[in-house]
Design a protein around this ligand. Structure first.
Ligand code: FES
Ligand SMILES: [Fe+2]
Length: 371
């Protein structure tokens, strides 16, 4: 595999809105860019390069003053919520040139998620972050991962993992491991939505016998089921499961969930993974009429995620060796993750070779499609 690091010109989900209360200073690293963030007294989340203009001291380890200013903890340069330096304590009488300001990192808050753009700010207007309406749908109970999961692996490995259900057995044996599941044929779809290329698989099955854990979540023994996995953007993968007694999909009897996987590159060897599970808020589990289905699904998640983390860390270590004639095997069932890899690599190449003409770019994309 030629080297993939990360796509920079992209909206990445840095956290859920509730994690940004007013006045809380935060430091993040995304695509190797240190970022300082906070919610201003006007209610907007702002983000800047975390390095003080003066001597690079991390501003995320400095202090937000009551006045709303950010004061560097080293020599006290002060910044306002536009990133402009408005005070230099050692030279109070000198005018501050306008270029003494922090680099702005574009931020968008949408549908309960805060997104940042670590790439070239002038390109941020070309795309909007993908929508996540499930999180703010008042008929849903949505439960988000309580904290960011940090995994020492490139985020492409996670995206590939999320598009692949053939690893449920053996990696998830004992919880969601289900061999029968991985044998269901997948329909493949690729397209463009809101400027992003997506890849999606759909598995449709009739008279599927749900394993015990799915029966507990979704009530029925024998179901008609539609299960989709979609890489919406380099920052978001959506998994949807819809089940009902045969012929009853789309009726009151339908059960299921939406899982949103929010992923970000910290750098080329580390990622951050968040998730959010949504079910209808009146849905309950089979054995406990007081247990909301979303809560039950979310309870199983940490164990499943820990197994994926275990695999991803090990895969990353093996990526570090030179290929020396080694090449990966792609199975028929790997079509979606193979395309996801090609798409991300093409985006990276496009960023690194901005001097290419559109025609040359089209050629590269074609080549990618055939590799
Ligand atoms: S490094 Fe921030 S004020 Fe000097
Ligand atoms: Fe997994």
């Amino acid at each position: 595999m030629s080297k993939f690091e990360y796509v920079k010109d992209c909206w990445y989900p840095i956290g859920f809105s509730a994690e940004f209360p007013e006045g809380k200073l935060q430091g993040h690293k995304i695509a190797n860019q240190p970022i300082v963030m906070w919610r201003s007294d006007k209610g907007e989340v702002v983000a800047f390069d975390d390095r003080c203009c003066h001597k690079r001291f991390p501003l995320s380890e400095s202090k937000l003053l009551d006045s709303g200013r950010l004061e560097c903890a080293y020599h006290g340069l002060c910044y306002d919520t536009s990133g402009k330096c408005i005070a230099i304590p050692s030279q109070p009488d000198k005018a501050i040139p306008p270029q003494v300001r922090l680099s702005v990192i574009p931020v968008t808050e949408q549908d309960g998620v805060v997104w940042v753009w670590p790439g070239k700010p002038e390109n941020a207007h070309r795309l909007s972050p993908p929508r996540t309406p499930e999180i703010v749908d008042s008929t849903n109970l949505s439960i988000g991962s309580p904290e960011p999961l940090r995994v020492p692996a490139n985020y492409l490995l996670l995206i590939e993992n999320l598009l692949d259900i053939t690893h449920f057995y053996p990696l998830h044996d004992g919880n969601i491991g289900d061999k029968e599941n991985s044998r269901i044929p997948a329909e493949f779809e690729e397209g463009e939505s809101e400027g992003q290329t997506y890849v999606k698989t759909t598995r449709r099955v009739d008279h599927y016998r749900q394993p015990p854990y799915l029966k507990e979540w979704f009530l029925y023994d024998d179901v008609e089921r539609i299960h989709t996995h979609c890489m919406v953007s380099p920052g978001l993968t959506r998994v949807v499961m819809r089940v009902a007694p045969p012929g009853k999909l789309g009726t009151e009897e339908e059960r299921g969930y939406t899982l949103l996987h929010l992923h970000m590159p910290v750098d080329e060897r580390n990622l951050i993974w968040r998730w959010s599970v949504s079910c209808k808020d009146w849905h309950r589990t089979l054995s406990d009429p007081n247990m909301p289905t979303a809560k039950k699904v979310a309870e199983m998640f940490p164990e499943v995620v820990a197994q994926d983390q275990w695999a991803l860390e090990r895969q990353q270590k093996m990526m570090e060796y030179p290929d020396n004639g080694y090449s990966e095997l792609f199975l028929k069932t790997d079509k979606a993750l193979r395309r996801a890899r090609q798409i991300l690599m093409a985006l990276q190449r496009k960023e690194r070779e901005p001097q290419m003409t559109e025609v040359e770019r089209a050629k590269v994309l074609d080549l990618d499609a055939n590799t």
